[in-house]
Design a protein around this ligand. Structure first.
Ligand code: ATR
Length: 277
């Protein structure tokens, strides 16, 4: 049987997932493949038909197809349903399953690099209100964090996302960021600001308390201007590469039956592929 897996996106050329899965395939001596497939949203259904026909074991789904794929699945995990988006697909007993591992990846990276972090985190500040913010907000209560402040450039999107998690999340105005920074134990940037080619996330961090975790889900560059400033002020910077690595683990395990490890060697391989600034 073919052991081919895919990542489908549009564009998909930038995806680093093939590096991750290629590393694990080689590490475990498995004869499989993991391929980038350029698939615009209108062609997702045709690709899914090829998966059902046995051409692939499964695969990952990235922007802009994570939402498009959902109605094409037979089984949608509770997490994917809550996200309204799936990023990991696999066949099981003839049925097509979909899950979303972004929240898992976010939490697993923090667990790995800052053991005990959740016990010291009472209040979290989330910047941005897109799909990544939804994943982070979905994940935090799993670690007992239930006081979440949400700010977004467009206030209506923050209000809408907060309404989906009314017990935990409170939307606050963007203009309050400087004040909220000083009240927070964890700050997460889920916007695209700070990414290579984008303007930096220009927020006032001067009120940051030493020891506050500042987590940027952007990973190109690895150290964003936000993380550099947090480091300078005594914060604890966490980069976005770990989330990318950890979100890949459940998919590989589904397809190949081995739970892979996020090792220093894997991380170094990815770091070598990321431009410095
Ligand atoms: P994703 O699904 O990857 O999270 P998205 O849905 O496109 O991506 O969301 C991107 C986030 O970055 C949004 O919160 C967006 O703010 P808006 O909702 O106001 O568009 C935020 N963002 C993008 N450019 C921004 C900018 N120049 N200033 C502030 N926020 C910005």
């Amino acid at each position: 049987m073919t052991k081919r897996c895919f990542i489908i996106g549009h564009p998909v050329a930038h995806s680093r997932s093939p590096l991750i899965h290629g590393h694990w395939l080689a590490e475990h001596g498995l004869a499989g493949s993991y391929e980038r497939v350029e698939v615009p949203p209108a062609q997702v259904a045709a690709l899914i038909a090829r998966l059902r026909a046995g051409e692939f074991l499964g695969g990952n789904v990235t922007v802009p197809n994570k939402e498009v794929v959902l109605p094409l699945l037979d089984e949608v995990s509770e997490t994917a349903r809550a996200m309204g988006a799936a990023n990991t697909l696999w066949m099981e007993d003839g049925r097509l399953h979909g899950d979303n591992t972004d929240a898992y990846g976010f939490l697993a990276h923090l667990d790995a690099c800052l053991p005990g972090w959740a016990g010291q985190t009472e209040k979290a500040l989330i910047l941005g209100a897109g799909g990544a913010a939804r994943a982070v907000i979905y994940g935090l209560p799993e670690r007992g964090i239930r006081r979440i402040l949400l700010v977004n450039r467009s206030p209506e999107r923050a209000l809408e996302l907060a309404a989906a998690f009314p017990k935990e999340v409170e939307a606050r105005p963007w203009q309050e960021i400087a004040q909220l920074v000083g009240e927070s134990d964890l700050i997460v940037n889920t916007t695209s600001l700070g990414m290579r080619g984008q303007p930096p996330l220009a927020i006032d961090l001067s009120g940051l308390r030493p020891g506050t975790i500042v987590d940027d889900i952007v990973y190109v560059p690895l150290e964003t201007p936000l993380l550099a400033e947090a480091r300078r002020l005594g914060g604890v910077p966490v980069d976005g590469l770990g989330m990318l690595l950890h979100q890949a683990v459940p998919g590989f395990e589904r397809w190949f039956g081995i739970r892979p490890q996020v090792t220093a060697a894997l991380r170094a391989k990815l770091e070598a592929d990321i431009p410095a600034a």
